[in-house]
Design a protein around this ligand. Sequence first.
Ligand code: NAI
Ligand code: 15L
Length: 266
Amino acid sequence: NKMNRLLLTGAAGGLGKVLRERLKPYANVLRLSDIASLAPATGANEETVPCDLSDKAAVHALVEGCDAIVHLGGVSVERPFEEILEANIKGVFHIYEAARRHGVKRVVFASSNHVIGFYKQSEHIDAHAARRPDGYYGLSKSFGEDVAQFYFDRWGIETVSIRIGSSFPEPANRRMMSTWLSYRDLTSLIEKSLFTPDVKHTVVYGMSNNREVWWDNSAAAHLGFVAQDSSEVFRDKVEQQPPVAPTDPNAIYQGGAFTAQGPFGD
Ligand code: NAI
Ligand code: 15L
């Protein structure tokens, strides 16, 4: 499983820094991009291309010559709509238009659990459940999934949209006991997303093999993703935290506190 040139957007971010190391085996050249400054390229296997995703011409130049795209770049938390519009909504559109123009056939899109954040934690859903975005950020990821479906239906560009739960070194709170995705499992899921044939537009929940989960990945079984890690090893540590009030959005909604952000004075 190796391609020639793989583009990683958002490469200066939390997950980008991790994947910069872990995706190396899958491409002869990793093209790393971000609007923020990147550590200099090392060796012949890396190249850095600064780019603002809201700049159409810059994104077209960025994508030219790549075989696949792992699209992590954008605003990753709830923010005023105008910021989300530039980085996420225009950004994802530019990525797909550039993919079409330059013949890229596979995208891995970092979607988010916040496209379904208004489901209750007592509900169990699969990839076909109607989306219930929990803010402007979730709306932008929902739009990204629609763009992915459209570019498959219209142009045959395949995407795996990974609705990432919470991908950090450890679950930071009780909610993340359900949503946690280890870096090892994230890497494995991206590898499957890049190399499984005939994925069309697949939506998959990015979670580890946690004990209590809300999401059913049977609709993405063809990816052959089997999570190796579990949040359970962190349970004792997490449960030392004070209990969460039952009225706290972190205890009610799958999207947790994102459901209660804003307004931003607009
Ligand atoms: P992050 O915020 O650390 O990284 C995002 C990167 O995108 C940053 O380096 C930022 O500079 C870059 N960026 C922002 N606006 C840009 C623009 N206009 N042009 C170019 N680059 C721009 O976020 P993180 O945690 O690394 O997440 C990566 C991706 O995965 C994001 O798309 C996020 O929404 C998604 N995700 C992450 C989750 C997690 O648990 N870490 C959960 C769900 C989704
Ligand atoms: C996300 O989409 C965010 O990018 C990340 O920072 C976490 O907040 C995560 O969701 C989560 O829901 O825990």
